[in-house]
Design a protein around this ligand. Sequence first.
Ligand SMILES: Cc1cc2nc3c(=O)[nH]c(=O)nc-3n(C[C@H](O)[C@H](O)[C@H](O)COP(=O)(O)OP(=O)(O)OC[C@H]3O[C@@H](n4cnc5c(N)ncnc54)[C@H](O)[C@@H]3O)c2cc1C
Length: 427
Amino acid sequence: MTNFFSDYQPKKTVTPTTQKEVQEIIRKANRDRTPLVPVSAGTNLQDTHLPSVKDAIAVDLSQLNDITYFDARNRNAVIEPGVTFSQLEAACEAEGLRTLTAIDVPGNASVLSTYLEMVPLYGWPKYHPWELLTMKGFRADGEPFATGQMAMSQDRPDKYSWGVSLAQVARLYCQAQGTLGIITTAAVTLKTIAPENQVFFFSCKNINQTTRALKAFIATEEPHEIFAANKLYLAELLGQENAADLPPWTIVIVTRGFEKAEIAYKKKDLSALARQLKGELTTRLKGVKNAGEKILAEIKSPTGPSLHGGEDTGWTPVVTIATAEQIKKCSGLFPKNSGALLMPLQAGGCFYYQPDLRYPKGEEKAARKTYQTICGKMLKANVTFPRPSALIAKQVAAHNPSNFKLLKSIKKAVDPHNIMNPKKLGL
Ligand SMILES: Cc1cc2nc3c(=O)[nH]c(=O)nc-3n(C[C@H](O)[C@H](O)[C@H](O)COP(=O)(O)OP(=O)(O)OC[C@H]3O[C@@H](n4cnc5c(N)ncnc54)[C@H](O)[C@@H]3O)c2cc1C
């Protein structure tokens, strides 16, 4: 066992510096029948940058790190896979713009592969679903492909902009964990930095109250960012040593705007709703100094997994989509020392649900067993694992046979020799 999720390391790494080289690498791998695993940054929560088979070659895309087009006026950028959040954020700040970040994804992660892997599962509501516009790259058989306006030959610098409306195929490549090809360019959305930013907190006694309240708050379409965290997870986000003073669950809502009056009326609306939900909307958290500022800083530049694990403690998130009823059924499966993060998806019909496991370093083997047992029980409760880790990929495939059959046929069409990330997602 080399890592929590994978027993394999690549036998070698190649580092292309041009898009043409990426294509040549894929073509050669098809000729030699050598498995490839694309890596844009390797910070992934589920070690998906590691191969699921022996003797794979890692394609390290970190040298393809140009922001090839920065359109401050229309608030979009065209980027390569090696562009990191820190890099894009620096370019944005100079123009009064900001990037869509993701909790638990650190500054050195790839923007492109993060959006590929998390869209459309997860997005701050005000962006959804336009984080990723168009993209291009190479299929697993080495043939070029592109989506939307990037697929048209037009001699205009802004020819990236027709997004998913024209290119639902983009959604196929999202969540593919590098099994269908390598994306070498993508257009992403940026946002304007708002001068007024207010964080609100809503305390909940248990997970049922939390899912109900999240659904009610998201329905107002006012939050720019919204999530709930249990006391342990929230304490870590806030840099608090002790979680004991925090409520069992807290909903965190961020509203942003250009005038104080705009924030004030949103506060009024959300407070009225909070009272209906038999609670209170606050701007402070008892026992925590500058809680709002700390949340804003963590959203701007997430620290990443090091918040939750450490020298002595391992941290493994369980990445799922679940309904309120399923969450109610499954939350008891996790030990008392687990953190948990919850986000409403769409109108709160279901949730991004990320409970986690913590264990002493050195006890990964036992923790793996616990992880697999818990995930098995969650699968039985019909919880969705949208792109499962290597440890449960087979189980998940067996649980969704018709979906898997379809995915397999698509994979076969673009990757006849099964070169690209074989066995990933059970394929
Ligand atoms: C809320 C949330 C939910 C998440 N849910 C999941 C989840 O369900 N499953 C999951 O796997 N990750 C999930 N992630 C992890 C997230 O997607 C990672 O942040 C992301 O993968 C970026 O990591 P990275 O930059 O280190 O990419 P890498 O680790 O380099 O790559 C990530 C994956 O994408 C593939 N890949 C990398 N570059 C390319 C490319 N250019 N073209 C095609 N494929 C490429 C890799 O082979 C690997 O499988 C989630 C993250 C968040 C914040």
